[in-house]
Structure formats: C-alpha cells, structure tokens
Design a protein around this ligand. Structure first.
Ligand SMILES: [Zn+2]
Length: 235
C-alpha cells in the first residue's frame, strides 16, 4: 500500500488560502511537491492501492497524532500561519473529522480487507523535501526513514546505493525521532507489517520525466524487496 500524507496543497475555499499568496501555496510549506505524482505512478506500476488526503498540511497534518502540537501548525518553515493561531475546539474537531479521520479510516479499512484475505502487505509512505532548509543544503537525493523494523528500509537503501550517483539519507533529512513517522507507526506496527518512508528531494521530481524515473526506479527496488520481505509469508 502506498500512502502520501502531504500529497495536496488544496485549501478549502472557506479558509481563504489561510492568508497565503497562491505562489506560497505551490511550495513545500503547503505540501510535498512532486510526491503525489510519484506515488500515483508507483501505485499503478505495483498495482498497489494509494491513499492520500486532499487537503494541505496547513489545514491539518495527517502525518501527526491528533494530540500532537504540530497537528495544525502556527508556522511552517518559519512562515507564520496566523489563521491557525487561535482555533476553537470546534474548528479543530471539524478538521480532524473531515480530513484526518477519513484518511486513516480508509487505510484501516483497506488493511482489514487485506489481512482477512491473507494478502501479504507492506506500507510505503512517499514524501518530498526541500533542497535547502533554513539555509542548510541537503546533499541527499532521497532519504529512507524507518523505525525498529528495518526489513524494507535496508533493502531500499541497498537498492538505491547500488547507483553510485545517489547519496542516500539514512533516517535523513528526518527520522522518526522528529515525530514524522505517525502514519506508518499507527498502521504498520500493530500488525507487524514491513514499512518505510521514502523522502525524495523535490528538485529531483520537478517534472513528469523525472517523476517517472523515480517511480520506476523505486518500483524495481520495491518489487525486489517484496520478494525478500515476504518470502516466508508466501510459502
Ligand atoms: Zn511530507
């Protein structure tokens, strides 16, 4: 299953762009540019179901626990989000119920179906990151994030590092310690499902050709990884 928490930069009309100019909403502050395109290609190539919420992380971050302070940010990469500063409990619950809950419920429903039919399942989350963050240049074209379960991550890292042109971040540019692993922890850990998060630097997936290149590269690695990871289950 492919998950893409930060797929969308859509802000429902009633929120009046949260005060941001259209140009700002095209950047990483609102979403992970390029991630959905890669996730869609990957989903098609692997015949894997894809889940993503159609709302910007500025409205609510589906990759955060409902009680996390960063669930609804009051600033994103140093840019204040004044419209989020004073939120009523009602407004908070409304965003949770309209966006966060349906996204996670849909993943749960799909997982339940797959588990009951005994289908081997792994979870992959696709994200993208900025080449420069608070003035620091990030050297990795892609990063693989993982927690204690390294089954998929090790195979992904090995697969990517086979290309000498790639510098692969290992739990970089973020790691679960940064609180960015919520979706995978929530859905993969209870069932012990193999999982990994793939972060691609967004200048690597800025157009269709490069998105396809990354999706196909990842599909090949994931197919090879799946046979390794599921070997014992499929017997
Ligand atoms: Zn993301």
């Amino acid at each position: 299953m492919i998950l893409c928490d930060h797929a969308s930069n859509r802000i429902p009309e009633a929120y009046q762009s949260l005060g941001f100019a259209e140009e700002a909403l095209q950047t990483h502050i609102a979403w992970d540019p390029g991630a959905l395109a890669v996730a869609r290609l990957l989903s098609a190539k692997l015949d894997a179901p894809l889940f993503w919420p159609d709302a910007s992380r500025l409205i609510i971050d589906c990759n955060r626990a409902p009680d996390a302070s960063s669930l609804i940010v009051t600033e994103s990469e140093g840019r204040p989000v004044p419209a989020n500063r004073v939120l009523s409990e009602h407004e908070r619950s409304r965003r949770l119920e309209r966006i966060h809950v349906p996204f996670h419920d849909a993943i749960d429903a799909c997982l339940t179906r797959r588990m009951s039919s005994g289908r081997p399942t792994a979870l992959i989350a696709i994200h993208s990151f900025t080449p420069v963050y608070f003035g620091k240049v990030r050297p990795w074209q892609a990063g693989i994030l993982f927690d204690d379960d390294r089954r998929l991550a090790d195979l992904l890292i090995g697969g990517l590092e086979a290309d000498p042109a790639l510098t692969v971040g290992i739990n970089q540019p973020y790691s679960p310690a940064d609180g960015v692993y919520y979706t995978l922890s929530r859905h993969a850990q209870p069932e012990g499902l193999p999982a990994a998060m793939i972060e691609i630097r967004n200048d690597e997936i800025g157009d269709e050709a490069s998105q396809r290149r990354w999706a196909y590269r990842l599909a090949d690695i994931l197919l090879a990884a799946a046979s390794g990871v599921f070997e014992h289950v499929m017997v």
